[in-house]
Design a protein around this ligand. Sequence first.
Ligand SMILES: *[C@@H]1O[C@H](CO)[C@@H](O)[C@H](O)[C@H]1NC(C)=O
Ligand SMILES: *[C@@H]1O[C@H](CO)[C@@H](O)[C@H](O)[C@H]1NC(C)=O
Ligand SMILES: *[C@@H]1O[C@H](CO)[C@@H](O)[C@H](O)[C@H]1NC(C)=O
Ligand SMILES: *[C@@H]1O[C@H](CO)[C@@H](O)[C@H](O)[C@H]1NC(C)=O
Ligand SMILES: *[C@@H]1O[C@H](CO)[C@@H](O)[C@H](O)[C@H]1NC(C)=O
Ligand SMILES: *[C@@H]1O[C@H](CO)[C@@H](O)[C@H](O)[C@H]1NC(C)=O
Ligand SMILES: *[C@@H]1O[C@H](CO)[C@@H](O)[C@H](O)[C@H]1NC(C)=O
Ligand SMILES: *[C@@H]1O[C@H](CO)[C@@H](O)[C@H](O)[C@H]1NC(C)=O
Ligand SMILES: *[C@@H]1O[C@H](CO)[C@@H](O)[C@H](O)[C@H]1NC(C)=O
Ligand SMILES: *[C@@H]1O[C@H](CO)[C@@H](O)[C@H](O)[C@H]1NC(C)=O
Ligand SMILES: *[C@@H]1O[C@H](CO)[C@@H](O)[C@H](O)[C@H]1NC(C)=O
Length: 661
Amino acid sequence: MASDVSCFLLALLCSASCKVITSLDQMCIEKEANKTYNCENLGLREIPDTLPNTTEILKFSFNFLPAIQNRTFSRLINLTFLDLTRCQINWIHENTFQSHHQLSTLVLTGNPLIFMAETALNGPKTLRHLFLIQTGIPNLEFIPVHNLENLESLHLGSNQISSIKFPKDFPVQNLKVLDFQNNAIHYLSREDMNSLEQATNLSLNFKGNDIKGIEPGAFNSTVYQSLNFGGTSNLSVIFSGLQNSTTQSLWLGSFEDTNDQDISSSMLKGLCEMSVESINLQKHRFSDFTSSTFQCFTRLQELDLTATHLDRLPPGIEGMNVLKKLVLNVNKFDQLCQINAANFPSLTHLYIKGNRKRLHLGAGCLEKLENLQKLDLSHNDIEASDCCNLQLKNLPHLQSLNLSYNEPLGLQSQAFKECPRLEILDLAFTRLHVNAPRSPFQNLHFLKVLNLSHCSLDTSNQGLLAGLPDLRHLDFRGNHFQDGTIQKTNLLQTVGTLEILILSSCDLLSIDQQAFHSLGKMSQVDLSHNSLTCDSIDSFSYLKGIYLNLAANSIRIIPPRLLPVLSQQSTINLSQNPLDCTCSNVRFLTWYKENLQKFEGSEGTVCANPPSLRGLKLSDVELSCGMTATGIFFFIVFLFLLIILLIFVVRYLLRWRYQHI
Ligand SMILES: *[C@@H]1O[C@H](CO)[C@@H](O)[C@H](O)[C@H]1NC(C)=O
Ligand SMILES: *[C@@H]1O[C@H](CO)[C@@H](O)[C@H](O)[C@H]1NC(C)=O
Ligand SMILES: *[C@@H]1O[C@H](CO)[C@@H](O)[C@H](O)[C@H]1NC(C)=O
Ligand SMILES: *[C@@H]1O[C@H](CO)[C@@H](O)[C@H](O)[C@H]1NC(C)=O
Ligand SMILES: *[C@@H]1O[C@H](CO)[C@@H](O)[C@H](O)[C@H]1NC(C)=O
Ligand SMILES: *[C@@H]1O[C@H](CO)[C@@H](O)[C@H](O)[C@H]1NC(C)=O
Ligand SMILES: *[C@@H]1O[C@H](CO)[C@@H](O)[C@H](O)[C@H]1NC(C)=O
Ligand SMILES: *[C@@H]1O[C@H](CO)[C@@H](O)[C@H](O)[C@H]1NC(C)=O
Ligand SMILES: *[C@@H]1O[C@H](CO)[C@@H](O)[C@H](O)[C@H]1NC(C)=O
Ligand SMILES: *[C@@H]1O[C@H](CO)[C@@H](O)[C@H](O)[C@H]1NC(C)=O
Ligand SMILES: *[C@@H]1O[C@H](CO)[C@@H](O)[C@H](O)[C@H]1NC(C)=O
């Protein structure tokens, strides 16, 4: 008897666990019908039967497939992308991908590979991207070479590879990206590099290998797209090793934890013997930083000196005539003039952000940069009571200016007169004191994007945005309006060209019905994270076909008269509103279900009331309110029958009384 019970229990348990597995099968997420599936992290031990044969893109990482073979994926012959990251694969058997002629990307990252059969990759003749990161492979002989003629990128990071010598028959001719980062490569010989001779325009990554030696001539007369030797402790090795090479970009940055030698001017002499367009030296220190440091930089077009502990650039640097882009982020300048901008007369892009000290803008420090198009001065603690004409003098071609995340700036009228061609102006998270009745942005005829989010602006100033005839995109989030209301006359009326308006997190309680009437070109309005009720919906009656974000407001009931206003918009987000799912809102609820395609974020569009329906998706609400037509029909029939019955009863009673008189 006892054994019967335990058998029964066992059977129960077994069926329960079987259920779990089948339900897991079904949890693969369909991203695109019959084509794209995500089965990540489901503890699967095989390809679930529920995946259709037509699957093309499959993300299958974090499952359990210790050995894969020709049967494993045989059903999915149309795979083009297969991600098998961290599936504990040890063995890849013969012909595993023999029928997968379309496979172009195979990701085997994070699998402790012990064996990969010679014929493992037979089949995918068009394999273009192969990821073997963190697979423990010791050398390049491990990779089966057949059928890799079309390989464009090979990612071999974080293994134990010590030599980059490719086997003779390895087809390298189409390789464009070869990534060896974080391996144990310390020496590059000519022979090693010769095995890559046929690859042209290659991007070669040796970051984190700490190269200790390069045989002279190893890179002689070869052309690269990019070379990355990041984290090399002795850069002399690289500079002398790259003699006579040509590369578009050279990345020599350091890392926080590496204890590397300071860069000296004599080390940089090696740069004169090679051809480089763009160089990155981030996080290094210079032992002597003088104009001779720049001696071999004269052919550079881009120079990145992020976090190189600089407090000035030397004056009198000569010959930097082709430098277009200079990055000086995270340094220690006091004064903008300390970069001696006049040294770089052709500069078009200048980035000085995240300076470690408060940056003083000084006067006219950039006035020699007539060609400057983009200037980033964000996160610099800049403070100025009267910005910005003196500070940004003579920048006639400046198109993009970023002054976000700074300290308070005072703006007079026409504060950007010296940069009349501005198209993008970002002042986000910088408190602004507008000291003039007229607009500080007056006469920016080309300005298209203005970010004034979290600027603590005085929104009662009706002229704040005057004089911006081409403004398309205004980010105004996090500013406050008096009484939480956008009045009928408001500062938006002067910018009739607006297409995108962001007013989220402005503590808004209401919007006047006429507030947006002059904004006829609008295509997108974001009013999320305010406290608006349905009454403000009237203000969109002037707008048509817009994307309207009303998420996280206080909308409960939307009366029928407002449905036409919503109908004429293209996409609406009503998520995170305390929506009412009782009969008082039934017209809206019905309309919502008929117009589901109009709404985004339906997952978060849920009932808040009545308590019994709280959290239910609006699209799943079934309400029966009042009477339906059939209900009314039956009610009338019922009434009719009741009346007839009454007449009979009365007649019967009368007759009964009459008979008993
Ligand atoms: C997916 O495949 C099924 C069955 O073969 C077919 O009925 C359906 O139309 C396909 N869907 C798409 C979007 O191709
Ligand atoms: C694979 O793709 C081809 C071409 O698009 C198609 O004809 C074939 O039916 C597909 N096979 C499967 C199993 O989906
Ligand atoms: C898989 O390999 C086995 C043995 O090599 C072979 O018999 C079988 O036909 C192959 N299966 C497929 C689907 O190719
Ligand atoms: C999927 O492919 C397998 C093997 O190629 C075949 O047996 C099965 O019938 C196919 N399924 C469908 C739905 O076509
Ligand atoms: C080299 O590769 C880069 C990107 O990898 C590409 O933009 C460039 O056009 C290529 N140049 C040549 C000459 O093929
Ligand atoms: C480097 O290449 C140049 C020109 O192709 C050749 O003259 C020179 O001998 C080469 N140097 C070495 C060390 O192979
Ligand atoms: C660089 O090129 C010059 C001239 O072509 C040649 O004399 C020299 O040997 C080359 N240097 C190396 C290291 O290949
Ligand atoms: C750095 O490399 C250069 C050239 O290979 C060598 O002369 C120098 O001694 C090295 N410096 C150190 C500290 O190892
Ligand atoms: C301005 O800089 C901030 C912070 O560095 C950045 O988040 C923002 O995207 C930049 N703005 C523009 C328009 O690029
Ligand atoms: C300001 O808005 C612009 C345009 O949307 C955006 O590119 C930029 O990143 C924003 N700035 C910040 C600091 O978020
Ligand atoms: C709806 O708007 C909220 C708030 O802006 C946002 O978090 C959410 O992602 C939006 N939903 C969709 C589907 O974009």
